[in-house]
Design a protein around this ligand. Structure first.
Ligand SMILES: [Cu+2]
Length: 118
C-alpha cells in the first residue's frame, strides 16, 4: 500500500512537471517604437504563453506600460533594446501604450497597441 502511494505521488509530480513545460512556451517578439507608434502595434499570442517583447525606441526615449498584464511603466531609452516579459494567462485584448510623453500622437493616445491573447 505504501509503495502504491509513492508511485501515485511520483505520477502526480511528473504530470505537474509536464503541464508546466507546456505552459512555459516562450514567444519572442521584436518591436520598434517611434513617435508614430509601435511596430507591430498588434501582437497575437496563445493563452499560457510567456511573451518576451524586445523593444527598441528608434527616434528618442519612449516607454511602455501594459496595466492589465502587470507590466509597469518601463523606460525605453533611445537605441537600446529592452526586454519586457509577461505571461498571457487569460484570453482577451490588452492595451499597451507609451509611458513617456513623446509628441502629439502620444497626447492623442496613438502611440499604443494591443496584445491579443487567444
Ligand atoms: Cu510616447
Amino acid at each position: 500500500m505504501k509503495s502504491l502511494i509513492v508511485i501515485l505521488i511520483c505520477g502526480l509530480m511528473i504530470a505537474a512537471a509536464v503541464g508546466e513545460a507546456v505552459s512555459q512556451e516562450v514567444v519572442v517578439v521584436n518591436m520598434k517604437v517611434t513617435k508614430i507608434g509601435f511596430d507591430p502595434a498588434e501582437v497575437t499570442v496563445d493563452k499560457g504563453q510567456t511573451v518576451v517583447l524586445k523593444i527598441t525606441a528608434v527616434d528618442r526615449d519612449h516607454g511602455i506600460v501594459i496595466p492589465r498584464l502587470g507590466v509597469p511603466r518601463t523606460l525605453l531609452p533611445k537605441g537600446e533594446e529592452v526586454e519586457v516579459k509577461f505571461t498571457a494567462s487569460k484570453p482577451g485584448t490588452y492595451r499597451f501604450k507609451c509611458s513617456v510623453r513623446c509628441g502629439w500622437r502620444h497626447v492623442l493616445g496613438w502611440v499604443s497597441g494591443n496584445i491579443i491573447v487567444k
